[in-house]
Design a protein around this ligand. Sequence first.
Ligand SMILES: [Zn+2]
Length: 347
Amino acid sequence: MLAVVMHAPGDVRVEEVPEPRIEESTDALVRVVAAGVCGSDLSVLRGLSPLPRPVRSGHEFVGVVEDAGTAVTALRRGDFVLAPFSTSDGACPHCRRGMTMACERGSLFGEFAPDGSVLDGGQAEFVRVPLAGTTLVPLPGTPPDDLVPSLLTLTDVMATGHEAAVHAGVGPGAAVVVVGDGAVGQCAVLACRRLGAERIVVMSRDPRRRRLAREHGATDLVSARGQEGAEEVVDLLDGGSGHVIEAVGTSEAVRQAIGCARPGGRIGYVGLPWGVTLPLWELFGKNLTLGGGGANIRATMPGLLGDVLEGTLRPGAVFDMVHSLADAPEAFHAMDARRCVKALLRH
Ligand SMILES: [Zn+2]
């Protein structure tokens, strides 16, 4: 079968690899219908994330259950399933508290965890999913084709954007600032609108991304960055925002988020942090609360799924480029060069 294999920084290939098989009774074998390329895949491509050996890439995928081990009772062959970016057992102390990303038995698809563990990724024709019964989320039936992109966002970026909004304390009437115009930032805009935010300021200077943010519900756009951008936001929102979302993960973005916050405000940070040092004195001086981290997709996804199935939440437009699996390297390079917001791989 074909799979995307990340060999080294800058070296991503599509290759023939051995097909996965059921190895444990709790495994399922999923035939992938669509997979996403994520900003964190680009971190691997750029050499920011560790890559001790080549790995089958991809942690955003939806597909159909082809086979399941004897202990998997929650799924049947033919079920259309959504896969969170990591596996979880639903039973350990962290899963029971909704922190499924910290599952004691869980692993990440396609990316090395700090402990060196990794699962074969989802940018492939088939994937083996351990702990399948508690990891995969089955749909009631087979979704229409045009719903697939929106469903695919629930495996990472839409759920992450939602959690960012929750960490930032967004609720009815809130005035929010979103730092970051990538897929997570764009999904965060949808999440804020869904949670009742009244004003949503998006910081972006890219015309296509500004347009998408408007379509998602942004009420104001600020193109200035850094201190200048933050000052503009402070003027716009009469002293700054009580709810800031940081969806980039660079020191510049974090400082910009802090600058946009009003004293006593909350910052939801979900950008993968690369070399960020926190200016704790600034956080202290403004009485800011910082919350965030990696998303607990398995816990968050079901609450968003109903809205996507009903069509009231439509995050699928973040995928503005579609490639076949065989053309995956082109999708990676297009995203890396910001020629698209996010690429979808169809099979
Ligand atoms: Zn667990």
